[in-house]
Design a binder for this molecule. Sequence first.
Ligand SMILES: NCc1[nH]cc(CCC(=O)O)c1CC(=O)O
Length: 315
Amino acid sequence: MQSATPAPVLVIGTRGSPLALAQANETRDRIAAASGLDPAAIAISVIRTSGDRIQDRPLSEAGGKGLFTKEIEEALVAGRIDLAVHSSKDMPTLLPEGLELSAFLPREDVRDAFLSPVAASLADLPEGAVLGTSSLRRRAMALRLRPDLKTVEFRGNVETRLRKLSEGVAHATLLAMAGLNRLGLSGHATAVIATEDFLPAAGQGAVAIETRIHDERVLRLVRDIDHAPTSTALHAERAFLARLDGSCRTPIGGLATIADGTMTFRGMVLSHDGQRSEQVRLEGPVAEATAIGISAAEALLARGVADYFREGPAG
Ligand SMILES: NCc1[nH]cc(CCC(=O)O)c1CC(=O)O
């Protein structure tokens, strides 16, 4: 006899990668714990996005960030799901009309990991070694420190990239520590790269929950699991990105950290070859998070970084 599954009272939409599912499961468990809802009454609906489908070219050429969110947001607008769980890093700064990011899970490790079977760190890679990455930011950040490196495209989910590395497609790759931790794969990291050397992407390590504005029933449930410091940091980082009008066609790093009521914001924009870069560091009260992110962007724009945005990712 089959046990009766309760009719779902809440439907979470997510991509189907192991990382996306881990994030959706964590969200379900947190909502259940905070609300007292039976976890079995919270359904997880897997939605295949354009970003998952397109495998034959770099995503920066196929149209950028919205590719991982479009079909999920359509389901949210249409009411087929009640909330969507995303990696903040993959979210465009502009959301479709009627949707908002209403909660963030506690941020994981924000740093990038260095993974290599041949070297202990980026600095230790042999002259001319091949770095596999599909991220324009990681490519430019790495070339800034090691202009001699060659780079190759490394698409696919975390597991696919680990496999390509073990097959020798590249001497090294870079992945978010957050993803490795959430997948229980942190043992694959050869070294963790300090943010002083290498700024993460805006939003890295944070999981965002997207909902319909004015959907009070769902908002009540997700607000209870919102992690305030993560939310504050993400507001600053997303304001920074939005003001720069950057996209995933531009190498940009941005990180807000909070200690004792003070936010420290660091931002960097690089040329595609990493040979030119501008950095900014600002501090201010957390209550001014959004303004701090905007000021950081304006400081960089004043130094001419908009010129970098007009350049293509030359080989
Ligand atoms: N673009 C893919 C993606 N989106 C979020 C993460 C990692 C988890 C995170 O940053 O929250 C990854 C993989 C990676 O960059 O290694």
